[in-house]
Write a protein that binds this ligand. Structure first.
Ligand code: SF4
Length: 668
C-alpha cells in the first residue's frame, strides 16, 4: 500500500497526514509526526477518505438545458463560459462580472483565478470566503501591526504562561490548536475562557467569563483598564514600539469592572481576576475565532484584542502573540494570493502595484477597487450579470440565504466548480467537476502562515480536473499566455511577484512547510512575526467603544459542530460523522425551556426578520438564559437564513454570528 504525505483539507490548522492508497482508492489515513499534527488527528481528519471516494462526486462538466443539467465536454463548457463572459462584458462592462474563489482550493488555483478575473475578465470584483470569517482580522491586524495574520506558530502556545481564548470553540473547531492548549495547561499554563457558552475549553479553564453575546469590547476594554490601573503595562514596549497609547487612556478609564459587569453580565471580581492573570504573565497569548469576527463590529472587536496585547508587550516573543484561527484549510492562502477586491498577491495594493502586475502579465489591468463578496452577492442579478464561483456554497452559507438564492437565479451566467452537487451547483448554468485535494499537487497556507504541499494520491473521478488546469485553459482562451505545465510553474510565478513568498518553491516544500514571510531561497521563513519591529514602523493603538445592546428576544449564536465542516457537502457524506450529528439542534437553557414547555427533542420554529426555520431543541446548561446555539451545516435547517445584511463598516463582514429570534413549539 502506498503512503502519500499530504495536508488535511478541512480546518486551517494544516495537520500533515498520510493517505494510504490501494488500487487508486484511499483505504486509510494516518497522522504525520510533524507539527502541528504531531501524531494526532481529529475525527474529521481520520475519516478524510470517506468523502474523496464517495460515489456522489461530480465526474463530467454539466450545462443547463431547460430545467436540467446535461453532460458536456470540457472544450464545449469552457468555450461557452468564455463566450458568455465576453458577451456580458460587451453589453454591461467588465464590472458586471465577478469571481469568488475557494478557501478549499490551492494557492496556485486561487492565484490563477485571480489572474483570470483581473487580466482576462477585466474586473477587480474578486473575493473569497475570508470575507465571511476573518475580514476584520485582515483589517484590524493589518492596519495596526502591519500583517493581518497569526503572529506566532501554533507550537508557540507551548511556551505561554497564560492563554486567553475568546470567541473560539477551539476543541471542536480547531482541534490541533486545542491539543496544544491542553498540553500547555498540563505544563502549568493558566487558561482564561471568554465565551457565552460553556464550551469544553471553558470547562477546563481556570476562569470562565460567560459574557452576554456581543459584549466583547466592554469586557476587553475593562481588562485593559485594570491592567493599566494596576501598573501591569509594558512601558518600554509602548514607548519604543507603538503609537496612540496616550489617546486611548481617557476613554479606557470609563470601562471600570462595574460598568463592564452591567454590560456583559460577568461579575466585576472575575473580570479583575482575568486582567491580573493576563497582565501578570511573562508570556500571554490570545486565541480567537469567529465569535469575535462575525459581527457588525468585528473589526473593533479585533482591535480591542490588539490594544490589550500591545499594552502588555505580548507580541514578537515565543509564547505571546495573537492567534486568529482560520476556519478553512486555505483561507489564509486565498487572501495571500490576492483573491481580494483591493489587493494583488502578498497584500500588494492595487492602487500602488498595478503597473508591476501589468508588466508581468503584459495586459492592462482595472484600476478601481472591486466589490466584496457580500456586495457581489447583493448585486447579483442587477449590476452583476455573470459569476464564477469556485468550490463554495453561498446558497447555504451566506446571510439571509433565501435572498441569495433569488439573486443567483437571476444571473445571466452562473458557473460553479465543485467536487459534489450542492445547493449552489443546482442553480448553475455550467457545473465544472474539480479534482479534490487528494487528486492534485499544489500548496496551501495554514492559519499559522505555513505554506505546505498537498500531493496527488489518486486519480480524479471521471473527467474531473484540478482547478489550476481549468483556470489556465480559460486564460489561454482569453488570449493571456500561460505556459504552465505543472502547478510548480504557477508557484514560480507567484514567488517572482510576491515578496513574502519569494523564497517558496515546491522543491523546497518537499523538505517541509515554510512560514511566510520567506523572501529569498536562502531564507528559512518567519515563524514568529515582529521580533525586530513592525513593518509599518510603530504598531497603533485605536480606541474602540462597545456599541449599544438591543433589547433582544432570544439571541441565537450560530456556529459549528466538531463532526461537520461548513455546509456539510463533504462531512455529511461520511457515514460515521453523519451518524454522530445527523441533524441540526438548538441548544437552549433548561430554565428557558421549562418556561415555554419545551423538552429535549421538541420541534421548534425559529423566526427572525429574514426567515423562518425549524430544528429540534437540545437542553443544555452550557448556554446562558436568553441565549440559543445552533450549527449552520444542515440544509434542512439552514441557520444562516435567519441572519441579516448587517455589515462591519471597515471589513464588510456580515454579522453571521448572532441574530435576534423568536421561538415557538412546532406543535403549538
Ligand atoms: Fe484536519 Fe483540522 Fe482536524 Fe487537523 S484539526 S485533522 S487540520 S480538521
Amino acid at each position: 500500500m502506498d503512503a502519500i504525505e499530504t495536508t488535511c483539507v478541512y480546518c486551517g490548522c494544516g495537520c500533515g497526514l498520510y493517505l494510504h492508497v490501494e488500487n487508486n482508492k484511499i483505504i486509510a489515513v494516518t497522522p504525520s509526526l510533524k507539527p502541528p499534527a504531531r501524531g494526532r488527528l481529529c475525527a474529521k481528519g481520520w475519516l478524510l477518505h470517506g468523502f474523496a471516494n464517495h460515489p456522489d462526486r461530480l465526474r463530467e462538466p454539466l450545462m443547463r438545458r431547460g430545467d436540467r443539467h446535461v453532460q458536456t465536454s470540457w472544450s464545449e463548457a469552457l468555450s461557452f463560459i468564455a463566450r458568455s463572459f465576453d458577451e456580458i462584458k460587451r453589453d454591461s462592462g467588465p464590472d458586471a462580472l465577478a469571481v469568488l474563489t475557494s478557501a478549499k482550493a490551492t494557492n496556485e488555483e486561487n492565484y490563477l483565478l485571480m489572474k483570470l478575473c483581473r487580466a482576462a475578465l477585466g474586473t477587480n470584483n474578486i473575493d473569497n470566503v475570508a470575507r465571511l470569517c476573518h475580514a476584520p482580522t485582515l483589517f484590524a491586524l493589518g492596519s495596526s501591526l502591519g500583517s493581518g495574520s497569526m503572529t506566532n506558530p501554533i507550537a508557540s502556545l507551548l511556551h505561554s504562561d497564560v492563554i486567553m481564548i475568546i470567541g473560539s470553540n477551539t476543541t471542536e473547531q480547531h482541534p490541533a490548536v486545542a491539543l496544544h492548549i491542553m498540553e500547555a495547561r498540563r505544563n502549568g499554563a493558566r487558561i482564561v475562557a471568554v465565551d457565552p457558552r460553556r464550551t469544553k475549553m471553558a470547562k477546563i479553564a481556570d476562569l470562565h467569563l460567560q459574557l452576554r453575546p456581543g459584549t466583547d469590547i466592554a469586557l476587553l476594554n475593562a481588562i485593559l483598564s485594570i491592567v493599566i490601573r494596576e501598573g501591569m503595562i509594558d512601558e518600554e514596549f509602548i514607548r519604543s514600539r507603538t503609537e496612540g497609547f496616550v489617546d486611548i487612556l481617557d476613554h479606557i478609564a470609563e470601562y471600570t469592572p462595574e460598568v463592564a459587569e452591567r454590560i456583559c453580565g460577568v461579575p466585576a471580581g472575575l473580570i479583575h481576576d482575568a486582567a491580573v492573570m493576563y497582565g501578570g504573565a511573562e508570556a500571554a497569548a490570545i486565541v480567537y475565532a469567529m465569535g469575535i469576527t462575525q459581527h457588525a463590529h468585528g473589526t473593533d472587536n479585533v482591535q480591542a484584542i490588539v490594544n490589550l496585547a500591545l499594552a502588555t508587550g505580548n507580541l514578537g516573543r515565543d509564547g505571546s502573540g495573537i492567534y486568529p484561527l482560520r476556519g478553512h484549510q486555505n483561507v489564509q492562502g486565498a487572501c495571500d494570493m490576492g483573491a481580494l477586491p483591493d489587493y494583488y498577491t502578498g497584500y500588494q495594493k492595487i492602487s500602488e502595484f498595478r503597473e508591476k502586475f501589468e508588466g508581468a502579465w503584459d495586459v492592462e489591468l482595472p484600476a478601481s477597487q472591486g466589490m466584496t463578496a457580500v456586495e457581489i452577492m447583493s448585486s447579483a442579478g442587477s449590476e452583476i450579470r455573470g459569476m464564477y464561483i469556485s468550490g463554495e456554497n453561498p446558497a447555504l452559507s451566506y446571510p439571509d440565504s433565501s435572498r441569495i438564492r433569488k439573486s443567483l437565479e437571476s444571473l445571466d451566467l452562473l458557473v460553479v466548480s465543485e467536487i459534489f452537487p450542492t445547493e449552489t451547483t443546482r442553480m448553475a448554468d455550467v457545473v465544472l467537476p474539480i479534482a479534490s485535494f487528494a487528486e492534485k499537487y499544489g500548496t496551501v497556507t495554514s492559519t499559522e502562515r505555513k505554506v505546505q504541499l498537498i500531493r496527488k494520491a489518486i486519480d480524479p473521478p471521471g473527467n474531473a480536473l484540478p482547478e489550476w488546469v481549468v483556470a489556465a485553459r480559460l486564460l489561454e482562451i482569453f488570449g493571456i499566455s500561460s505556459g504552465y505545465d505543472t502547478s510548480a510553474d504557477v508557484m514560480r510565478e507567484i514567488a517572482a511577484l510576491t515578496p513574502s513568498y519569494g523564497g517558496i518553491s515546491h522543491e523546497r516544500l518537499e523538505r517541509g512547510g515554510i512560514h511566510w514571510p520567506c523572501p529569498t531561497q536562502e531564507h528559512h521563513g518567519t515563524p514568529v512575526l515582529y521580533r525586530d519591529g513592525f513593518p509599518r514602523g510603530r504598531a497603533v493603538f485605536r480606541h474602540v467603544d462597545q456599541r449599544g445592546m438591543e433589547d433582544e428576544r432570544f439571541t441565537l449564536i450560530i456556529g459549528r459542530s466538531q463532526y461537520h465542516f461548513h455546509t456539510g457537502s463533504m462531512t455529511r457524506r461520511v457515514c460515521i460523522l453523519e451518524r454522530e450529528v445527523p441533524e441540526a439542534f438548538v441548544d437552549m437553557n433548561p430554565r428557558d425551556a421549562a418556561a415555554l414547555g419545551i423538552r429535549n427533542g421538541t420541534g421548534l420554529i425559529l423566526e427572525s426578520e429574514s426567515g423562518t426555520i425549524r430544528a429540534r431543541a437540545r437542553l443544555s446548561d452550557d448556554v446562558r438564559e436568553g441565549m440559543l446555539f445552533m450549527p449552520f451545516h444542515f440544509r434542512e435547517s439552514p441557520a444562516n437564513m435567519l441572519t441579516e445584511w448587517q455589515l462591519d463598516r471597515f471589513s464588510k463582514i456580515p454579522a453571521l454570528k448572532m441574530v435576534s429570534v423568536s421561538i415557538r413549539r412546532e406543535d403549538a
